[in-house]
Design a protein around this ligand. Sequence first.
Ligand code: ADP
Ligand code: ZN
Length: 522
Amino acid sequence: MSVPEIRPASCRQILKDVFGYSQFRPGQEDAMNALMGGRNVLAVMPTGSGKSLCFQVPALALGSLAIVVSPLVALMQDQVTALQLAGVAADTINSSRPYDDNVAVWRRAAAGQLRLLYLSPERLMTAAMLKALGKLSLSLIAVDEAHCISQWGPAFRPEYAALAGLSEAFPRVPIIALTATADESTRADIRANLFGGEVDEIVLGFDRPNIRLTVAPKQGWKQQLLDFVKAHPRQSGIVYCLSRKRTEEAAALLVEAGVRALAYHAGMSDEIREANQNAFMSEPYVVMAATIAFGMGIDKADVRYVFHADLPASLEAYYQEIGRAGRDGKPAEAHMLYGRGDIRMRQMFIDQEETSDEHKRRQHQRLSALIGYCEASSCRRKALLAYFGEQGEECGNCDACLDPATLADATGEAWMVLDLIERTGERYGAAHIIDILRGAETEKIAACGHDRLDGYGSGRSHKKEEWRSLIHQLVAGGLLIHDVAGYGGLSLSPEGELLLGGKRRFMARQHRPTRKERRAAE
Ligand code: ADP
Ligand code: ZN
């Protein structure tokens, strides 16, 4: 028994009849039109923007069978349940179901009774599955969470690498790749791996203006966490920690302070993890202290804050993690603690990874972009959006915009840095430049004769950390360019030239001494 096909319905009609919506959201119509026209699509759209409908509606409009690839069984199950409730013939074949169920689903797919079939990448890319699907007529293939294909990205999944064979296996079937976070290099990876060329790209606004962005120097995370959570009573929040141990410490600390807090990490038993997740989803005002194992597919509308007790892996990861706050559009806050020790830890992680130098270089670049964000002396949102290639105005909803009083004129110091960088040929990294400023006696300085430079030792009155912070701010502010050729060298941008020529000034965030520095100074 196959579903009678009268004539292809329009996407707008299906949007209304099946899903009950009268209007497309931004980006949806373009994505649907491309698929309907047989073209490939790369859709980079924020969480909650309605990515799923971009392929679900055309799948229904085109008839026949659409394949949807998704990395997690839970994500597939959620979408399938929602579709079935809307009366759509959708189902999934996956490892968590009994064999007989999977066989029954496959029979329905083969008989033309299904419109959408959800599969994991490893199941789809088996020779047997590809052969069987090759005999059916497919409407489209959707690859959800497509950033998982990028080897360099924070969420690489080896199973996704096999999807590179998709376009060859189904040359006439349009493919849509969807993701909520992809910087330009991740997009390039998706284009190269999944499409090998032609693809319509739809990149939608990354801004989540209701999320307030704040960063504080890490000075005793436990007290800082307690203060923050107490200042946000009766709210659901997520506290991201780097280690499993720390999630438990954080949860215990909060519980002791009378807060309903739970931990979540990959080292717990499935039952406890699931129970904690359910409590977070269904009870009001639960704080979840979690590693990044918690999050993908978490769709809770009223998470009021995301607190980073430790530095995330990259700005991409950060954006994805804070995106879990404020999905209802109401005010929410993303607060991050930022400590020197965290940076060293992240640097060590990268150096210890058993990967190519190219991979390490890209990871280090990503880390410096994140540090630049933490040190930004002007609007953080602008810095964040710029990282994703988007222009923004001063947002008025980040700590830099809200508290410009902590800025001080640092034009003189900035001039010293830029001047030295220019006179040494714009090829050295921050460490060496700081050594020159502070009059250090290193082998490199001796070998380059940089101790004979005018300006050698001229910056002794400022600490290493202060210079480092200023240089990060100059990078974040677009006066210095970091690492174009890949060796970590700093060079001047046109804005930097302006300052050097006395045509602009630079306001910097004051370096706040850490406890250790304060103790050393006493
Ligand atoms: P994403 O995958 O981008 O995070 P979803 O596809 O889960 O987002 O959609 C988020 C919510 O928005 C869902 O509840 C969905 O039903 C709703 N939605 C999607 N498109 C529309 C639309 N055109 N009009 C109204 N609501 C929509
Ligand atoms: Zn701002």
